[in-house]
Design a protein around this ligand. Structure first.
Ligand SMILES: C[S@@+](CC[C@H](N)C(=O)[O-])C[C@H]1O[C@@H](n2cnc3c(N)ncnc32)[C@H](O)[C@@H]1O
Length: 231
């Protein structure tokens, strides 16, 4: 992948998220200039998404939602299982990324692309799984988004999360660096996410990982979490 091909994305990342306006307009201003290049660059930045989707315990005819789904790329990780879904909702607040998702899933009537806030949107029927892929860290009221996801699930359904974090074994300097590096782009690293998920869903699997960051000689930390609602 060449520097020239990544230039638009790198420029957006270096410029960072604007300060003024509401959350939705900040997301649109940040993502619109890079929406068409988003997927190619994030293949090298957002690790563990394929593994998370592969591990989703979905019944035949499952109903699922991804909250903060962006371009809808992650649903492709289900491969042939997409055809067996009863319903998949791709929910996001950013019109520029949702336009890519709509194009991508135009031929699949079971996939609904929804412009809405993950903290408030609710489906009409209980779901088997709700996924957050690198979105909890970008949702200011992430506790409300978690509670909202929990409320969407049928008893026995799962919340699945993959996201950046500050790993327990990272030193103070690394923690400071990653907090500020990601914070510039509106990504808020907070170990409280993991604490809250574990408390909300005591029956869970959780793993920590390290992964490279494009153009940096460093590795960042991310986690994968799948927790089952009692019932
Ligand atoms: C880093 S992107 C991840 C996109 C996608 N899940 C992926 O894995 O490529 C974070 C996404 O969260 C969305 N987002 C942030 N806050 C949101 C909110 N309150 N409601 C819905 N989506 C939100 C952003 O618009 C963006 O698409």
């Amino acid at each position: 992948m060449s520097l020239a091909a990544d230039a638009r994305v790198l420029w957006s990342l270096l410029r960072g998220q604007q300060r003024g306006g509401d959350h939705a307009s900040r997301l649109q201003a940040f993502y619109a200039p890079q929406a068409e290049q988003y997927d190619r660059f994030r293949e090298r930045l957002l690790h563990g998404r394929a593994e998370l989707y592969a591990a989703l315990p979905l019944p035949e005819g499952a109903r699922i939602a991804e909250l903060g789904a962006g371009t809808g790329r992650n649903l492709e990780f289900l491969g042939a299982r997409v055809a067996g879904l009863q319903r998949a909702y791709l929910v996001d607040l950013c019109p520029a990324l949702l336009a890519v998702a709509r194009r991508r899933w135009a031929e699949q009537p079971q996939v609904a692309v929804v412009e809405a806030d993950a903290c408030q949107w609710q489906p009409q029927e209980p779901l088997d799984a709700v996924v957050f892929s690198y979105s909890l860290t970008m949702i200011p009221d992430w506790r409300q988004a978690m509670a909202n996801a929990f409320a969407m699930l049928r008893p026995g359904g799962v919340v699945a999360v993959v996201d950046f974090t500050l790993a327990p074994d990272q030193g103070a300097a690394a923690r400071w660096f990653w907090r500020h590096w990601f914070g510039h782009d509106g990504v808020r690293l907070d170990p409280a996410h993991g604490t809250a998920l574990r408390a909300l869903l005591p029956a869970h699997q959780l793993s920590y990982h390290r992964a490279p960051v494009p153009y940096l000689p460093l590795h960042t930390a991310y986690y994968r979490f799948i927790g089952r609602k009692p019932g």
